[in-house]
Design a protein around this ligand. Structure first.
Ligand SMILES: C[S@@+](CC[C@H](N)C(=O)[O-])C[C@H]1O[C@@H](n2cnc3c(N)ncnc32)[C@H](O)[C@@H]1O
Length: 269
């Protein structure tokens, strides 16, 4: 399978940097699974499909060296490398430029569904040390919103938003991205492994950031490429409906966004 070229347009990359949520709570879960939260305890972590590096940097305290890799030069340009022990390389997930048995942790955050997964999993297996861990995490597109009495009305509006984007979903994702990860989990032969199908992460964000986050989805980006006016109309319509349900006038009004993560963790014997 050819690597997919996504996340390369300037506006998409910038929106991504502004709105995407980083799963800092799940880094603790990964480090617990690895058996230590001691700073700099491990040598090397590789975050594959690292994008702008916001997730990659969360690994910095626990490893002597962290390397983020991504196929998109545009995404990597946004990585601003604040941590001394973090560096970035442009490379495909299916060809990791590391020696065999060198890596303590391979992660892919909201990225592995885009990879040629059999080839990536083979590469991860090759580069991991014995006892090294693989952590693959992502979230479902159907984020929920909470705002007191308006919560149920808001979620009907969200469903309308997602339904409008469904026809633009990349067919290679099938109907459920968590199934893609569950298939990887099931195919993993390591005896020490863990699956969690729904780990909710809560963020207080303005209405505009929720909409901005949905606008970073590849389905929205596809609609925008095909019909920019319709994409804008859809966002406006959803924003207005959310404001009306919340009985507020400012799109900067904050609400709670619930992102439903799922993950697999596995330790190479
Ligand atoms: C949804 S973004 C996630 C970025 C980041 N990990 C995060 O959590 O914000 C998916 C990333 O995977 C990268 N990607 C897609 N296919 C890839 C491949 N075959 N090899 C390496 N990176 C790839 C994209 O360029 C993009 O930056």
């Amino acid at each position: 399978m050819m690597a997919l070229r996504l996340y390369e347009e300037d506006e998409h990359v910038a929106a991504y940097l502004q709105h995407r949520v980083t799963p800092r709570e799940l880094i603790d879960t990964i480090m617990d699974f690895m058996g230590s939260k001691t700073p700099n305890k491990f040598d090397l972590a590789v975050d594959v499909g690292c994008g702008n590096g916001k997730g990659t940097e969360l690994l910095a305290p626990f490893f002597k060296q962290v390397v983020g890799t991504d196929i998109s030069a545009g995404q990597l340009e946004m990585a601003n490398n604040k941590c001394q022990n973090v560096s970035y390389r442009q490379s495909p997930a299916e060809e990791l430029a590391f020696e065999s048995g060198q890596v303590d942790l391979v992660t892919a955050m909201t990225a592995a569904h885009w990879f040629d997964r059999p080839r990536f999993l083979k590469e991860a297996e090759r580069v991991l040390k014995p006892n090294g861990c693989l952590a693959l995490l992502s979230y479902t597109m159907d984020m929920e919103l909470e705002y007191g009495h308006a919560t149920s009305a808001l979620n009907s509006i969200c469903k309308e938003f997602y339904a409008a984007l469904l026809p633009f979903r990349n067919p290679c994702l099938g109907s459920s991205s968590s199934q893609i990860y569950l298939d990887m989990f099931d195919s993993c032969t390591y005896p020490d492994k863990e699956w969690n199908g729904c780990h909710k992460i809560y963020r207080t964000v303005p209405i505009n950031s929720y909409i901005g986050m949905v606008e970073t989805f590849t389905s929205y980006q596809k609609l925008k490429r095909q019909n920019a006016a319709e994409a804008k109309r859809l966002s406006e319509d959803i924003r207005n409906k959310l404001l009306a349900a919340m009985q507020v006038s400012s799109p900067e009004t904050e609400l709670t966004m619930v992102v439903k993560y799922f993950y697999m963790l596995a330790r190479k014997p």
